[in-house]
Structures are given as C-alpha cells and as structure tokens.
Ligand binder design. Sequence first.
Ligand code: ADP
Length: 494
Amino acid sequence: MKLTLKLMFAIIALIIVMLGTDAVLSVQRESDFLQKELQNKAYRVGNAMKELVADAWRRQGPDVALALIQAANESETLTIIRWVWLDDASGDRFTPQAPVDRLKPVARGEVVAMHYQDRSGTSKLLTYIKVNVGQRPGALELAEPLNVVDSFVRISIYRKIALAAIVVGAILAVTLLLGIWLVGWPLKRLTDKARRVGAGELTGPIELRGRDELSELALTLNQMCERLAESQLRERKETEARIATIEQLRHADRLRTVGQLASGVAHELGTPLNVVTGRASLITSGRLNAEAIVESAGIIKSQAERMTNIIRKLLDFSRTGTSHRVQVDLMMIVRETSQILEPLSRKHGVELIVVDHPESQSACVDAGQIQQVLTNLIVNAIQATPESGRVTIDVTRERRQPPPTEGERVYERDVFCLSVTDTGHGIADDVRQRLFEPFVTTKDVGQGTGLGLSIAYGIVHEHGGWIEVESEVGHGSRFQVFLPTESESCPDES
Ligand code: ADP
C-alpha cells in the first residue's frame, strides 16, 4: 500500500508540474495574443480616424473635428478616443494620460503604444497616433482597458485548474485501483507468506496470477519453501535415525553392564536360595511342629522377596526407557545404583562407599540415564581397583565454571557434582587423551567395548553438564559429573 501511494504521488506530482507549466505558458501566450489584438485594433481605428479628423479640422475647424471624435467614441464600446496636445502637460481636457516626455516619438510621426495605470489603479493600453492639424503637435489617444484581458486570463486559469483537477482525480483513482490490484494486494500476500515462513510454517503456497515480477517472486518463494520443507523432513528423519542409534547403543551398553552384573547377582542369589532349599527340606521332612513350619515358611517368604528385589532391580536397569526428565533426588539414584553394583564390588573384593547426605539434592534429570552414567563409572572404577581397594561415591553442591565452549562465554554457576573416586591403577596419559571417544578400551575382548564413557559423555552433555577426570597412575582416579542445579519448567517426580 505504501509503495502504491508513493508511486501515485510521484505520478501526480509529475502530472501537476506538466499541466502547470503548460497552463502558465498557454495563459501567457493567450494574454500576449489578446493584447496584440487590442493594439492592432487601436492602430486600425486610429489610422482610419486620423485622416478624417485632420480633414475636418482643416475644412470645418477644431469643433467639428472634436465632435467627430466624440461621435466615434459613442459608437465604440470599449475604446475611449480623445484628442490630445503632445506638448500639453497642464492637466486640462487635452492633456495626454501618458507622461509627455514619453510621447516625443509620436510628434515625429511614430505610433506609440504603452501600458498605463491610472490613479484609480485601472490598467490601460494607450495608443497615440499623430494628426497633422498645423504647427502645434496633436494626436489621437486611444485608451483600451486591460481588465478585459485580465478577466479572460482569469477564466482561462480557472478552466486549466478545473481540467488539472479532473485529470489528477482520474489518474489518482486509476493509479490507486491498479496499484492496489497489481502491487498492493500481491505484496500483502507475499509479506504474509514471508511472515509465516519466518514463523516456521512452510505449507500453503501462494498463487499469484500473471507473469510479472511479483508472481515470479511468489513462485521462487514457493520453491524455496518446498526445498526448506524437504530438507527439514530429511533432517528430522536423520535426527530420528541418529536418536534411535544412540538409544540402541545405550541399551546395548546397559545390557553389557547387566551381563557384567549377572555373575555377581547369581552369586548374590546363592545365599537366599540355600536358605530357601534348607527350610523347604525341613518342612517336607515332616519333623517340624506347626509353629516351626510357620516360622520356616516366613523365612522362605522373606528370602523369596529378597531374591525378587535383586532380580527386579536388574530388570529395571536393563529395560529401554524413553528420555523423561523430572525432579529427582540424586542421592536416591546413587543409593539404588550402588545397591545394584554391590554384588559386583563384593565379587571383586572392593569396598563400595556411598557418602551419605541427609539433605536431598534434587535435580531435573532422566533418572534412568543418570543411573547408566553412574553405573558405567562405578563398574570401570571397580574393575580398575585391586582387591581390598575402595570406590567412593559422593554428591555435593558446588560453584564451578564449565569448560570453555567455542563462541560462547562461560560463567561460574551452581552445579551438582556426582563423584566416583577409586584407589585403582589410574589411567595412562595416552588413554586419558581419548577417554571419551567411542571404542577406546584397554580391556580384554569381551570385557570392554569402549562405549561406556562416550555414552556417559553424551548423556551428561544432553543434560547441560560436563565430566571432569583426575587420575594418577598407580594411585587411582576420580570422575566428576557436573549437572545444572537450575532448569526451566521441570515436572516433579511422580
Ligand atoms: P570400556 O569400559 O568398555 O573399556 P569405557 O569407555 O567405559 O569403555 O572406558 C574406556 C577406558 O577407560 C577403559 O578401557 C579404561 O582403560 C579406562 N578407564 C575408565 N575408567 C577408569 C578408571 N576408573 N580407572 C582406570 N581406567 C579407567
């Protein structure tokens, strides 16, 4: 619309300038022409009368000649003819209206015409024609009022203005309609479409009829949207495939850990199974009285519950879960994970210590994923620690600065720190450099896949955190997982 208005005003300004120039020139021309006509008429009348007056003056005297002039005056409507003495500046009835010094050429026989404004402000065209009546220089003065010309010019100007107004109005209407139809409306649709594209809505192509630049632009915009939509779809599919692969890898990693835990769990189940078998044998022997049978059945029940608990935890850990973040107490995750790994650490003769904090350390995390991270770190620590060594797990709240990221300024912030410290053999420098890369392992075939730490890195990174490692060969290692304390709109644990 603004473009249409600008175009319209530019065209109108041009037309006004053109019409105005034409009006000024033609009014000027017409006014000049009219004045020339008046002058010619005065010249013709004056010349015709000159001889008559001179003849009457000579033959019948000045009175008859003056009466002749008077008679001519009565028959002329516009022109006033007077007799004047060219040397008379006294101001009486024969004094010329024009200053006498400007009339010297008339005395020499020339015809003089000039514009003159009398005392009342009326403009006149004065024409002087010499008449030979003796020694004294006399002449005919023909005065024609110029207001005829003025009113003609005024009417002409009014007509031009009216014409200009009609032309401008017509052009205004036509330009406005054409501008809205050809430019304003298509541009509005293009702008709306561009806005929708900006907001991420790529569907609904716009159709502009015709073959002008705007319809070409609409076509290009539609093609651009199609290509964008295609690449978005491709990207979405690729992302989905990538997420599915990551999920599969993570699940495979969990199953591997389950495999590592299985022997420990089997060992763990041994004791309750022995108790159950012993008590069941006692019952079936028939040697127990009713009270002892009830007591044995109670023991069998509690041992069965213990075994169910161990197996349930293992199954819980191995199941695939969709990412779901809620407010969870990190201490609770640590306790549950250490319970699952207890059999493995016992099998290795390693003491698993959880530093207990009574206060809750609530963070917005996916509990299953953080448990997987912890499990990978603790399993690695147990495997790296010799018999009678220690693996300590702790959760603290700290103020830390994240590692520098390219193009982003990092600030110190409050974070939770999940640390797993072992008294194991430590990590050699060459392994440490590539610790979080996939397939980096120092373990025997079948023991390690080299995926544990890279998966842990991915999960922690997705949670907006990071992992730091300290290690001294021969003395042990410490893995610290930092997780944000703050997160926007996180549902409570249900
Ligand atoms: P995997 O355990 O399958 O080898 P990870 O990615 O979990 O894969 O670990 C990669 C390697 O990092 C391990 O093979 C081991 O050499 C080293 N590592 C990890 N944690 C420790 C630790 N606590 N102490 C010593 N070495 C470790």
